[in-house]
Design a protein around this ligand. Structure first.
Ligand code: HEM
Length: 165
C-alpha cells in the first residue's frame, strides 16, 4: 500500500482524453501510485495493516492496475518477482528469531522524496524470540563444507547466534 516508487511518469505520444482531461502529444502524465493505492474506490481502509486483502478471494474482481508497486504494462519492473521472493525470505528469517515492536507513540508519517519512506525513520524495539537458536544449524544455502562442519560440531554455530542466553 506504500509503494517505494510513489509515482510514475509517461510522455504522451498522441493526444487523448483521460478522465475528462485533454491530453496533448508531448504532455507528461504523472500517475500517483500512492494515490491509487489509497483510493477508496479500490481499497477498504488502505492504511490498515491487512495482508489478507491480497488473498485470492478478496483480490478477485479488483480493478486491474489498482495495485502498481512495480508499475504495469510493457515497462513493468523486471525485478518484481525476485524482489518479492527476496523480501519474503528476508522477513521470514528475521521474524523467525526476532520480534519487532514500533517504538514511538505517534503513528509513522511518510516522506515523499525520490522514494517513499518513513519520515524520521521507523524506530523499532527488537527482541530475540525465546526458542530462536535451534533452527540455525545446517542452513540450506550454506556452502557444503560449512554445512558438514556444522553437522560435526554444532557448537560454533550456537556460539555465533548467541546460545546460552
Ligand atoms: C522492491 C523493489 C523494487 C521496486 C519497488 C521496483 C519498482 C519499479 C517500478 C515501479 C518500475 C516501473 C517504473 C515506470 O514504470 O516508470 C520499475 C522498473 C524497473 N525495474 Fe524495478 N523495482 C524493484 C526492484 C527491482 C530489481 C531488483 C530490479 C533488477 C533486478 C529492477 C529492475 C527494473 C528495471 C530494469 C525497470 C525498467 C523496466 C522497463 O522500463 O522496461 N527493479 N521498478
Amino acid at each position: 500500500m506504500y509503494p517505494p516508487i510513489w509515482s510514475l511518469a509517461r510522455k504522451a505520444e498522441a493526444g487523448d482524453v483521460i478522465g475528462g482531461h485533454d491530453i496533448e502529444a508531448g504532455d507528461t502524465i504523472v500517475l500517483g501510485t500512492y494515490v491509487v493505492h489509497h483510493n477508496p474506490r479500490y481499497w477498504d481502509h488502505p492504511d490498515r495493516f491487512d495482508p489478507d486483502r491480497f488473498a485470492s478471494d478478496r483480490a478477485k474482481g479488483r480493478a486491474p492496475y489498482s495495485y502498481l508497486p512495480f508499475g504495469g504494462g510493457k515497462r513493468a519492473c523486471i525485478g518484481s518477482a525476485m524482489s518479492q521472493i527476496e523480501a519474503a525470505l528476508a522477513l521470514s528469517v528475521f521474524l523467525r528469531d526476532f520480534e519487532f515492536e514500533y517504538a514511538r507513540e505517534e503513528p509513522p508519517r511518510i516522506s515523499l522524496t525520490v522514494t517513499l519512506s518513513p519520515k524520521q525513520g521507523l524506530p523499532l524495539r527488537v527482541r530475540r524470540r525465546a526458542q530462536a537458536v535451534a533452527s540455525y544449524a545446517p542452513i540450506a544455502w550454506a556452502p557444503a563444507a560449512r554445512r558438514s562442519a556444522r553437522a560435526a560440531d554444532p557448537e560454533p554455530v550456537q556460539r555465533a547466534v548467541g546460545a546460552g542466553r
